[in-house]
Ligand binder design. Structure first.
Ligand code: PRP
Ligand code: URA
Length: 208
């Protein structure tokens, strides 16, 4: 599938299995979300553009490569918040923009309740952070917002997806690269991913 990048890294697969286990308690669950987010972001940023600079090492003058692109992290509240810290440590100069969406329980459509984005964005690539791509409604709405704000290079860094969510995001935004730890079978009637890992927000924040 074009622009879909399920990780094949054994560490990601192992940590995803621990995340799925219903006996994994909240603290461990948060740690796993943090760790998987870092591993997936390492893969998702492998095409960032570099340029050369001159610098002095303690021994000699040399040319070296540094990032050209300014990166922005966009966690979808609330479950995406747990993915921010580790990714931000990797790229401490990244901006973090917050978008608050929740799914209406009946329609499963995303409802926007918060948005903190600079009026004049000065970034070239946005990484959307959200563990779950279920129906895809939240991801599509977030990409819509970012594109309206003028962002062209957008990647979705998730943890688990259902085929329906991938299909929805791809059909609306085929240019968005989707990085995942796993792709599951389907959704249940309440829009939860099966076999999945349950409610990613509740399991992180202890509200389940
Ligand atoms: C979850 C998840 C995604 C969304 C995915 O958030 O974190 O944002 O559902 O579902 P979709 O692909 O069908 O849109 P939720 O609405 O449960 O809110 P929360 O993060 O505040 O728990
Ligand atoms: N949101 C979750 O937290 N889990 C799912 O399986 C689907 C949406």
């Amino acid at each position: 599938m074009p622009n879909i990048f399920p990780s094949i890294h054994p560490l990601v697969a192992h940590k995803l299995s621990l995340l799925r286990d219903k006996n994994t308690e909240h603290k461990k669950f948060r740690e796993l979300i943090h760790e998987i987010a870092v591993l997936l972001t390492y893969e998702a940023t492998s095409d960032l553009i570099l340029h050369e600079i001159n610098l002095d090492t303690p021994l000699a003058r040399t040319t070296a490569k540094v990032l050209s692109e300014k990166v922005c992290l966009v966690p979808i509240l609330r479950a995406g918040l747990g993915m921010v810290e580790g990714v931000w440590n990797l790229m401490p100069t990244a901006e973090v923009w917050h978008i608050g969406l929740y799914r209406d329980e009946n329609s499963l459509k995303p409802v926007e309740y918060y948005k903190k984005i600079p009026l004049e964005p000065d970034v070239s690539v946005c990484l959307i952070l959200d563990p779950m791509l279920a129906t895809g409604g939240s991801a599509v709405a977030t990409v819509d917002i970012l594109k309206r704000w003028g962002i062209r290079k957008i990647k979705f860094v998730g943890i688990l997806a259902a085929p329906q969510g991938i299909e929805n995001l791809q059909s609306h935004h085929p240019d968005v690269h989707i990085h995942l730890a796993g792709i599951d079978d389907t959704l249940n009637q309440r829009g939860y991913i099966l076999p999945g890992l349950g409610d990613a927000g509740d399991r992180q924040f202890g509200t389940g």
